[in-house]
Design a protein around this ligand. Sequence first.
Ligand SMILES: NC(=O)c1ccc[n+]([C@@H]2O[C@H](COP(=O)([O-])OP(=O)(O)OC[C@H]3O[C@@H](n4cnc5c(N)ncnc54)[C@H](OP(=O)(O)O)[C@@H]3O)[C@@H](O)[C@H]2O)c1
Length: 337
Amino acid sequence: MFAYQIKQYGKQEQLFLNEIQKPVLSENSIIIKVHSASLNPVDYRIRNGDTKFVLRYSMPLTLGHDFSGVIEAVGSKITQFRVGDSVYGRTPMTGAFQEYVVVGENDIAKAPKNLSLVESASVPLAGLTAYQGLFDWLQLKEKQSILILGGSGGVGHIAIQLALLTDAKVYTTASKEGQAFLQQFGSIEFIDYHKENFYEVLPPVDAVFDMRGGDELTHSFDVVKTGGKIASITSIPTPSYAKSANMNWFYQMILRAFTAKMYHLSKKKNIVFHSFLTQSNRQELEKITELVESEKLTISIQKIYPISEINTAMKEISNGRAKGKIVVDFTNKERNE
Ligand SMILES: NC(=O)c1ccc[n+]([C@@H]2O[C@H](COP(=O)([O-])OP(=O)(O)OC[C@H]3O[C@@H](n4cnc5c(N)ncnc54)[C@H](OP(=O)(O)O)[C@@H]3O)[C@@H](O)[C@H]2O)c1
């Protein structure tokens, strides 16, 4: 089968078309013929080598973390899916930019009926991240106030819509272009990050969802009410994540050491701080499907590229300016090569 892979780490590294072994079915797995995949910042982070000390991958390496497609085979213990189902989901590790993926039952859900498979590919990773950030980690309640740091990207524009569904008062940092893009989703208070610092103008909020990291994350402690919550997807996971992911005490201790500064800050300010990695969760992906099908949630796609133009798509996501999602369509392969 074909796969788009890198040969080594590096910012200039291009994905190349390789021929690799098709995945093997086991009793608990599902093989899917991939129709489309989306691009996420983690793809260029892995390519750049930013994660190589934590994630030990061997080369050549297929990139890609979420996809849509049609089930080709199911293991004998699979009960929720059948051959021929149109599904979408995330790969447990990197590896979605290839002809077939092998996943578990918890990694996928039926694709929304009102989206094409190309459109469906834009949803899983960004959708689950936004959902888990708001509801699992921040436990956002009706009519609370929330600051979403970096609302115009793949995760942010979904988080904004989900927060608005809870009648939250939503603040977000966005450029002028980001604001023009986000206005379609409802009543949002914007802070133009080119003109002002959110921590100098914002009233105290119940929660912050951080997609920016660095100083912006540190300053977010200045705007959360006492007893409020911050969830981040940009920094080293906290021990709370390690526990939820059933990591053993050794990893929990390591993460405690690496996140000590944030721990002390959160204790000092009496704010609950979590930093997490997105997890597969079929039930949550099914809820996202329902929201998409009932048109309460719209995933905005900035551009769809044929898979043969994956390097152009990678360049675009690496710019960090995407408004919504970028997708690669595998069915366009032959036509475009
Ligand atoms: N922990 C996890 O499991 C997990 C999962 C998913 C994503 N992430 C991380 O979460 C972050 C966001 O992901 P994403 O997919 O949403 O990224 P993205 O789509 O690449 O975000 C790009 C958006 O950010 C805006 N932006 C750039 N600089 C900004 C600033 N200083 N303030 C506010 N907005 C700014 C850009 O618009 P303008 O340039 O026009 O402002 C653009 O619209 C990434 O760092 C990603 O790696 C982590």
